[in-house]
Design a protein around this ligand. Structure first.
Ligand SMILES: Cc1cc2nc3c(=O)[nH]c(=O)nc-3n(C[C@H](O)[C@H](O)[C@H](O)COP(=O)(O)OP(=O)(O)OC[C@H]3O[C@@H](n4cnc5c(N)ncnc54)[C@H](O)[C@@H]3O)c2cc1C
Length: 317
């Protein structure tokens, strides 16, 4: 079922959902089930699975020379989605990225998703490979999420890359990313917002936000969207802080701010156990406010660790 339909059927009740990463190559599917099982009691109508582009690793040869090799650390997004749908009977939402795919490969991937009965996709540009520093598109692929979005919208109209006779239409419900605190490459929030609006005008059905720790940022973002004729659901992405090193890592990786009150509380903690408690408590309060505000779904970035999310969900649902 489409995410937009799940939201409509909820009749204003805030839903619970979460995101998982495929396990590191070589690990089994049990790791995924262990990350999902404790959260099923909160009845997620959908579960997202991230997609990870290949990166480069260096292999040393006996003669000492280093060879740069392309390596995908976390493959398996589509297969994990199929396994989730089969085992839990909930919708799985694969993330689909520009990087690493030609348009042809994207088309084939979308056909696979349709055959698997997947109704929703989150379309993204994708992160840059670490070795590249900045995002480099794949030759023959897309440079921005809006181009990938356009391809999915076209397939929903039966338009494939090459004219196919009697082409079947797909019917994907399409999500895109939104950044209440601005995407880090955008020169300002206003320009970033224009590109977000473009994605919605081109056919995006819902927005999932980057994590934030200050609800005002989300509420202002929703207000800005509504004032600018963006009426699709805006799903807040949420992550509890679970260790003190995240005070540095989260802003560094995700380009978000941590409110002073939260950083002060974390710095005042005696040990890591206390930090986790502070992080969970902060998110519980955030969630309660977001429900009050009317957020359609609370979407948790679990990073494969269900326990903090379970405690938060127990407190708010
Ligand atoms: C909810 C969520 C889930 C994510 N999941 C994944 C994942 O599974 N895998 C992964 O690799 N990454 C993931 N990411 C990270 C995401 O891929 C990065 O943040 C990426 O840098 C931007 O992706 P985007 O889809 O927002 O890109 P875009 O919408 O393409 O925007 C990228 C930048 O380009 C600008 N821009 C947009 N359109 C244009 C245009 N037409 N011309 C010029 N500039 C433009 C924007 O302002 C922005 O600065 C996720 C992010 C979020 C918020």
């Amino acid at each position: 079922m489409k995410i937009t339909d799940h939201i409509t059927h909820a009749n204003g009740k805030t839903l619970f959902s979460f995101e998982l990463l495929p396990p590191v190559k070589g690990r089994g599917i049990e790791q995924i089930y262990k990350a999902i099982d404790p959260l099923m009691e909160f009845k997620p109508p959908f579960i997202d699975v991230t997609y990870h582009r290949e990166d480069y690793i260096y292999k040393q040869h006996p003669n000492g020379l280093l060879e740069q090799v392309a390596y995908r650390k976390r493959p398996g997004t589509v297969a994990i989605c199929a396994a989730i749908m089969n085992r839990y009977k909930v919708d799985a939402v694969p993330h689909l990225i520009c990087g690493g795919f030609t348009k042809e490969e994207t088309e084939n991937a979308l056909i696979d998703l349709q055959f698997l009965g997947i109704d929703n996709v989150l379309v993204l540009r994708g992160d840059a490979r670490k070795a590249d520093g900045a995002f480099i598109p794949t030759p023959g692929g897309h440079s921005y999420a809006c181009e990938l979005l356009d391809q999915v919208v076209n397939m929903n109209k039966g338009k494939y890359l090459n004219d196919e006779l009697d082409a079947a239409t797909t019917d994907f419900c399409i999500g895109v990313a939104g950044y209440p605190e601005k995407h880090f490459e955008a020169p300002n929030l206003a320009l970033d917002f224009k590109y977000l609006k473009k994605k919605v005008e081109m056919g995006a059905d819902f927005i999932v936000t980057q994590m934030f720790f200050d609800n005002k940022k989300y509420c202002d973002f929703v207000k800005l969207c509504r004032e600018n004729d963006i009426h699709v659901p805006i799903i807040p992405g949420l992550k509890p802080i679970t260790s003190s090193k995240q005070l540095i890592n989260l802003p560094k990786i995700f380009h978000i701010d941590i409110p002073e009150e939260l950083s002060d509380a974390i710095l005042a903690c005696k040990d890591e156990k206390q930090v986790k408690e502070v992080g969970i408590e902060w998110l519980i309060n955030q969630c309660k406010e977001l429900i009050e505000f009317g957020a359609p779904v609370l979407h948790f970035y679990t990073m494969g660790n269900p326990e903090p999310t379970k405690r938060i969900a127990e407190a708010v649902f």
